[in-house]
Design a protein around this ligand. Structure first.
Ligand code: FAD
Length: 503
């Protein structure tokens, strides 16, 4: 049932981190011509979380929708290309695999390549499945060329994302948004006023007593959830029993001679370290569980992992994995860390900001507050979060590691039924569940299942349509073709227009 209301004439965004400026950019573009005023309030004194530099390929769609020129974006945000994530030491110490943004094999094959690989003897007979993936072979050689839409070409088998400087991306989007009329107000919000009858937010008040009214509030205030939690008490679903990492230390270091077009996640005693190469520096961090490791040990591990001199003091962060029970409550929509956080293992947080903005524009209130809009938004976001959650848990749970209490816990923990079902299906038949919703499609699940040493008991019988000898010859040729093609592509630095190699 709809509640009468007026046309949304103003939107106030609280927070100027990645979420706030992505919201400002998307809304200034999406609401163009509607006359809706957009104001963003941020506090330099509070600052932003200052991390969040590794993304998923969908970010390109976000930038393209806004009409952002890729070359200018790469230059201004010191971005590099990301073809996937390398996972080291996850299933066993010494293991390494890449979750690529792309398929194995050739696009013209109706049977998913992993079935052929399995039928022909898996790793023992065919070598690592990574040998049959162009994005992985490009990543390993530090090579890159943009994908094509020609489905007959191996160059159509992958996509790519970016690794960028989070502060520079926010600055970039600020320039974009201000040029499109977004008003930026500097100030610390000290009060949120609610309507006594409806509970809707009527205004926010800044430290200098400025009162800002609005029809719709977007809470991008980070972990604190200034409006959605502190004022509207939306509640939080705690998922830390499945995703027990709750702290991180971030520390940038100087560039090395390498410029790998991928993010690295190296499993440690009670968590994992990230390495994200940018044009001007390397982003590093250690995500860990405070129940299994103290802060001093966590910092030692990070310092030992640095390959070059540190460029800043450690940035220490605390979080609780989970999500707000309601991300849209009354006339407030929480986006970014204010809406929840699932830890950065698969770089999903910025993507979830983008998804939330898409749904917000889909269900943008027009003239009346229809509770169905908020309900649909909340249900859709819950589904997105749950799909990501299951994918992340898979990395921790599907391990053979038994060298620390943390890994014992992860291996033995009870997991959501939704994930149990998916894992069983893959183990039995090699089939990844099909998804209508969710960011990770079958190729991602296949990469992580196999990388985490979950191998199917059976393969698709259609793989046997090709006689075994012919299949072996065909895939041996394909492996050679992929390696040869990867060798011919430009160096990553050259492909993104860097004029000199990293230091
Ligand atoms: P913040 O950056 O915290 O911004 C909050 C804003 O609100 C700031 O501008 C602040 O000044 C403002 N504010 C707060 N209170 C007030 C107030 N009272 N008055 C006025 N203004 C206020 N995501 C990825 O996609 N990829 C990654 O690789 C990745 N790595 C991560 C690693 C770690 C350790 C963590 C913790 C997160 C990571 N994330 C990653 C998540 C990513 O950092 C965030 O999703 C992203 O930065 C968005 O943050 P935000 O804008 O919601 O919050």
């Amino acid at each position: 049932m709809s509640t009468p209301g007026r046309q949304i004439s103003k939107v106030v965004i609280v927070g100027g981190g990645t979420a706030g400026w992505m919201a400002a950019a998307a809304l200034s573009h999406g609401l163009k011509g509607t006359g809706t005023a957009i104001e963003l309030v941020e506090s330099e004194a509070i600052g932003t979380v200052g991390v969040g530099e590794s993304t998923l390929p969908h970010i390109r769609h976000f930038n393209q929708t806004l009409g952002i020129d890729e070359a200018g974006f790469l230059r201004d945000t010191k971005a590099t290309i990301k073809l996937g994530i390398e996972f080291r030491n996850w299933a066993r110490k010494g293991d390494a695999y890449i979750h690529p943004f792309g398929d194995y094999g050739h696009p013209d094959d109706p049977v998913s390549f992993h079935h052929h690989w399995q039928r022909l003897g898996g790793e023992a007979a065919m070598g690592p499945i990574d040998d049959y993936s162009l994005p992985i072979q490009m990543a390993r050689r530090e090579r890159f060329a943009r994908p094509t839409t020609d489905m007959g070409s191996l160059l159509s088998t992958f996509s790519y994302a970016y690794q960028f400087d989070a502060a520079l991306y926010a600055r970039f989007l600020r320039g974009f948004s201000e040029a499109r009329g977004v008003k930026r107000t500097e100030g610390r919000v000290v009060d949120v006023a609610l309507d006594g009858e409806t509970g809707f937010v009527t205004s926010i008040t800044l430290e200098d007593s400025t009162r800002i009214e609005s029809d719709l509030f977007i809470d991008c205030s980070g972990f604190r959830g200034l409006i959605i939690e502190q004022a509207l008490k939306a509640g939080y679903e705690d998922w830390s029993h499945w995703l027990p990492c709750d702290r991180a230390i971030a520390m940038p270091s100087a560039s090395t001679h390498e410029l790998p077009p991928f993010t690295r996640a190296t499993a440690q005693e009670a968590g994992w370290c990230w390495r994200i190469p940018l044009q001007h520096r390397v982003g590093n961090g250690h995500v860990y569980s405070s129940a299994f490791m103290d802060d001093a040990r966590a910092e030692d591990i990070l310092m030992n992992a640095l390959e070059n001199e540190a460029l800043a003091e450690p940035n220490r962060l605390r979080f609780l994995t989970g999500k707000r029970r309601q991300q849209w409550s009354k006339n407030c929509v929480a986006i970014g860390l204010a809406s929840g956080f699932l830890e950065p293992l698969e770089s999903t947080s910025i993507h979830l900001i983008q998804v939330a903005l898409g749904y917000l524009l889909d269900f943008f209130p027009t003239g009346a507050w229809d509770p169905a809009d908020a309900e649909e938004f909340n249900q859709s976001m819950s589904m997105e979060y749950e799909r990501v959650r299951d994918f992340l848990i898979l990395h921790y749970h599907a391990t053979e590691r038994d060298d620390t209490p943390f890994w014992d816990y992860c291996r033995a923990m009870d997991i959501p039924d939704s994930l149990k079902w998916k894992m069983e299906l893959f183990r039995e038949r090699g089939v990844p569940t099909a998804y209508e919703y969710g960011v990770f499609l079958p190729p991602s699940w296949i990469a992580v299942y196999i990388g985490q040493r979950i191998l199917p008991r059976r393969f698709d019988p259609l793989a046997e349509a090709i006689p075994e000898d012919a299949a072996r010859a065909r895939f041996a040729r394909m492996k050679t073709e992929i390696a040869a093609l990867a060798d011919t592509l430009p160096h990553h630095g050259v492909a993104i227009g860097m004029t000199r190699p990293p230091a």
